[in-house]
Design a protein around this ligand. Structure first.
Ligand SMILES: [Zn+2]
Length: 86
């Protein structure tokens, strides 16, 4: 697969894990980006390359994990619900 790099301000093409490679001041780090967002600018170097490492769906876009399909208790938060074994 051909490697693709993205720059700050470009639209995120796919949800997944990306490498953020700064120029000179920081080691590359992995982050999750959601499709349709924008790659952010770095205030320190203004030059960051983003590379898609692994496309993966956002968990709540999956019908099995979509919170709207589950019976919710009043006042229960998403993070509390996710930690429970049903
Ligand atoms: Zn930077």
């Amino acid at each position: 697969m051909k490697r693709q790099f993205f720059t700050p301000g470009q639209k995120v093409p796919d949800t997944g894990i990306y490498f953020a490679k700064h120029h000179g001041h920081k080691l590359a780090e992995k982050f999750v980006f959601l499709k349709g967002g924008r790659f952010p600018h770095c205030p320190r170097c203004e030059q960051v390359d983003f590379e898609l490492l692994q496309a993966a769906p956002y968990i709540f876009s999956d019908p099995d994990f979509c919170v709207r399909t589950r019976k919710e208790s009043p006042g229960e938060r998403d993070d509390e619900r996710l930690g429970k074994i049903v």
